[in-house]
Design a protein around this ligand. Structure first.
Ligand code: NAP
Length: 292
């Protein structure tokens, strides 16, 4: 018999992930702060929770897929939060992207209450969440991570064990630093090409025909062409992850000059109302900086 899963966070990522758990046969109860977003999971057969406390009372394993540390805190310590019934909490898996320092202190606190914990952020966006082809970046006790590998493989194609609690978060933050820089690089270079009379399609075709070929550039290249920045990974979330990267770099004394530069650009994007658009909209910020 499969363990009962309580899943909180029916956002861009959480909703398709919850649907994949149902497909894999897990008994599922879902919670989302704005109740409407539970609908697809309820229609697919999940039970609905009115508040996080319902999840704590019903589930064997709680999975969180929320914006970041503040949201996780609200879920845990809020008025009808999971911690109201902490004696019935057995296992918590946090798949949200949070700073590694936050994960380490959360792991310590949960251990003090005898609650098993895995830190399991994901690499991959909306489509991999739908196709169950995410890469799960697991941190914490290795035996526990191994035990939940079948569950993770119903959400993704691969589980990478990164080390003790916090190392999954650390891996995720490093990967998203690269993502932010690569996206900015694509936009910067394509603006240069376009401004100098080359077509965007031809530029992207050249990039994709050689050693720079990558799936990120094909997916985002389409967005650049249509200029439709419908959110797959909202810019405001990448900005949050860059803050975590700056923090981690500062603590460990690692230089991330490009990280600092792109942070300022994505920040301008959020300031100009692009926070809820896809992070590929950083192209618009670069376009508005033109001095011609
Ligand atoms: P999203 O669509 O914005 O969903 C965020 C979820 O968090 C929503 O369910 C939201 O509830 C909930 N939430 C936010 N603040 C809350 C609070 N204070 N209390 C309770 N619930 C709260 O974001 P997403 O794209 O699914 O991202 C979820 C996580 O995955 C983030 O950590 C993100 O960095 C990470 N991630 C995203 C992608 C991607 O491509 N989208 C890829 C990899 C990892 P409401 O609906 O009520 O607002």
């Amino acid at each position: 018999v499969k363990e009962k899963i309580g899943f909180a966070g029916m956002g861009i990522m959480g909703c398709p992930m919850a649907l994949n758990l149902l497909k894999a046969g897990y008994p599922l109860m879902v919670y989302n702060r704005s109740p409407d977003k539970k609908k697809p999971a309820l229609e697919a057969g999940a039970l609905g929770a009115a508040d996080p406390l319902d999840l704590a009372l019903w589930a064997d394993v709680i999975i969180l897929m929320l914006t970041g540390p503040d949201a996780v805190d609200d879920l845990l310590y809020g008025e009808k939060g999971l911690f109201v019934e902490r004696s019935s909490l057995k296992t918590l898996i946090n798949m949200s992207t949070v700073p590694s320092s936050y994960t380490r202190s959360l792991a310590g606190e949960l251990a003090g209450h005898g609650i098993a914990f895995i830190d399991a952020p994901v690499s991959g966006s909306k489509k991999p969440a739908e196709d169950a082809s995410l890469v799960i970046l697991a941190g914490g006790n290795k035996d526990l991570a191994d035990r939940y590998e079948p569950l993770f493989l119903s959400l993704g194609k691969k589980v990478v064990y990164c080390g003790e609690a916090g190392q999954g978060s650390e891996m995720k933050v490093a990967v998203n630093l690269l993502l932010a820089i690569m996206m900015e690089g694509l936009c910067e270079a394509s603006n240069l090409a376009e401004r100098n009379g080359l077509s965007l399609s031809t530029f992207l075709d050249v990039v994709q025909s050689g050693a720079l070929h990558c799936p990120l550039f094909s997916a985002k290249g389409e967005m650049l062409k249509t200029r439709d920045y419908a959110p797959e990974f909202p810019l405001k979330h990448l900005l949050k992850d860059l803050r975590f990267a700056l923090c981690s770099a500062d603590t460990s004394g690692v230089p991330i000059p490009a990280g600092h530069a792109v942070y300022q650009l994505y920040r301008q994007g959020a300031g100009r109302g692009l926070g809820d658009r896809d992070f590929a909209a950083v192209k618009k910020i670069l376009e508005t900086q033109s001095d011609i």
